[in-house]
Ligand binder design. Structure first.
Ligand code: PLP
Length: 339
């Protein structure tokens, strides 16, 4: 048996005992299968390989102080995967199948759910791919849905500390009427050149602008953006942004903490008015933003002078994490305990 150094876990892949799979053939989903193989048998003409018929999800299971395993808002991930499937014309995974798959894979890999207090969690990666052979450009007739898990440490080893972002205009992540609103791999492929360059230039990631007018804030790398002025939590409303479940949850918490929530276009010029800014998503919950530098003009918007996250970002982060780990009562009904 391998022993895991929970405190030193990276945010990366590590082999676990099992994963689960299900195949869609002849117009229907089969039975859920359990395997310990890390490989998938695939036809070389599978539509996911050639035409990008694929979508994924990312979610986490948390172990609480009581030793119980909690899943966070998984129905939202199931719904989003349905929308992604619809968006690239794949067979939809019914919510019951999605639920059965994620619960089974967690139960089978219980020993990989990190202990409470390590800052680590079990990351779940549901994946849906067009597996049917296809040479002409059209949707496949066979699909494969699978879920694997891997224990992960905190997304940033340095912890809840501000990271810097770079505004870019020479790359777009998603087209105005394209696939930015669904969780498909192509969006990520399109973002790689910009984000790798940003890393080389000393930034955590890039802030994409809307592809059409280049005026409005779009995604913050692989996460949603938010800005805070006074007690207002402001986050972009755009067709090209992936509706983050973390962001949706933060908006609810923000309201309950007495903040006003605005979901609307955010002009780049508004960046100068924010007192705090952050990126949010399952991986890091919130990455506070230290500064945003416009790559074209060199102009810098500074949110953290002392290397510390702002007060609202800290409160939001702590509240959401406390709910996820079961430290405070889940008054929203967001958690499901996996027995
Ligand atoms: C997955 C994802 C997010 C974050 O969504 P969560 O549901 O909060 O994990 C944000 N932006 C993009 C582009 C994503 O793919």
């Amino acid at each position: 048996m391998n022993t895991i150094d929970w405190g030193a876990l990276p945010f990366g892949y590590q082999k676990t005992d099992y994963n689960v799979r299900c195949f869609y053939r002849d117009g229907k989903w089969g039975e859920l299968e359990v395997t310990s193989s890390e490989y998938i048998p695939m036809h070389m003409a599978a539509s996911c390989l050639h035409y990008g018929q694929e979508a994924f999800e990312g979610m986490k299971a948390f172990r609480g102080q009581d030793g119980k395993i909690r899943l966070f808002r998984w129905q939202e991930n199931a719904k989003r995967l349905k929308r992604s499937a619809e968006g690239v014309m794949m067979a939809e995974v019914p919510e019951e199948l999605f639920g059965e798959a994620i619960k089974k894979v967690i139960q089978l890999n219980k020993r990989f759910v990190p202990p409470y207090g390590t800052g680590a969690s079990l990351y779940l990666r549901p994946l849906l791919i067009g597996s049917g052979a296809q040479v002409g450009v059209k949707p496949a007739s066979e699909y494969m849905f699978m879920v694997f898990v891997t224990p992960v440490g905190p997304y940033f080893k340095q912890g809840f500390k501000p990271v810097d972002f770079q505004i870019v205009r020479d790359y777009d992540r998603a087209a105005p009427l394209g696939t930015g609103h669904i969780k498909v791999g192509g969006n990520y492929a399109a973002s790689l050149r910009a984000s790798e360059r940003a890393h080389k230039e000393g930034f955590g990631n890039v802030l994409f602008l809307d592809a059409k007018e280049k005026h409005y804030i779009d995604e913050a790398g692989p996460a949603n953006f938010f800005g805070i002025i006074g007690n207002r939590y402001i986050t972009p409303d755009s067709h090209t942004i992936l509706p983050s479940i973390t962001n949706m949850s933060l908006r609810t918490i923000a309201k309950d903490l007495g903040m006003e929530v605005e979901l609307r276009h955010i002009h780049v010029d508004e960046l100068g008015t924010f007192e705090e800014a952050g990126a949010c998503g399952t991986a890091a919950v919130i990455s506070p933003i230290g500064k945003i530098v416009d790559r074209d003009t060199g102009k810098a918007f500074i949110y953290s002078k002392d290397g510390k996250p702002g007060p609202w970002s800290t409160k939001l982060y702590e509240k959401l994490q406390a709910i996820q780990y079961g430290d405070v009562e889940d008054t929203y009904g967001w958690l499901e305990i996996i027995e």
